[in-house]
Design a protein. Sequence first.
Length: 99
Amino acid sequence: MPSETHVEQGPLDRDGVFSLVRDSLADILEIPPDRITEGQAFGDDLDADSLALIELVETLEEELSERAVGFSIDDEDLEDLRTVRDAVDYVHSRLGRSS
């Protein structure tokens, strides 16, 4: 396993989920992570289009598959994820159910 991976085994708390979502989104949108807060809307505040959100979902699923076998974000749930907080809450709750 590469040493640069930031996903380690064990429980991921809500702050850890936020960091993962924020850092992934910052990479995708090519903006500094400190410009991303939980209250921001993906479209209105961050100018994230649907392709950026799909890339975020794929990144999160890949990163979190080591923690929760079969972790996935359901396509029908995507339309409900409008803010960074929505995504963090959703991922955190899904991780809690798969542990």
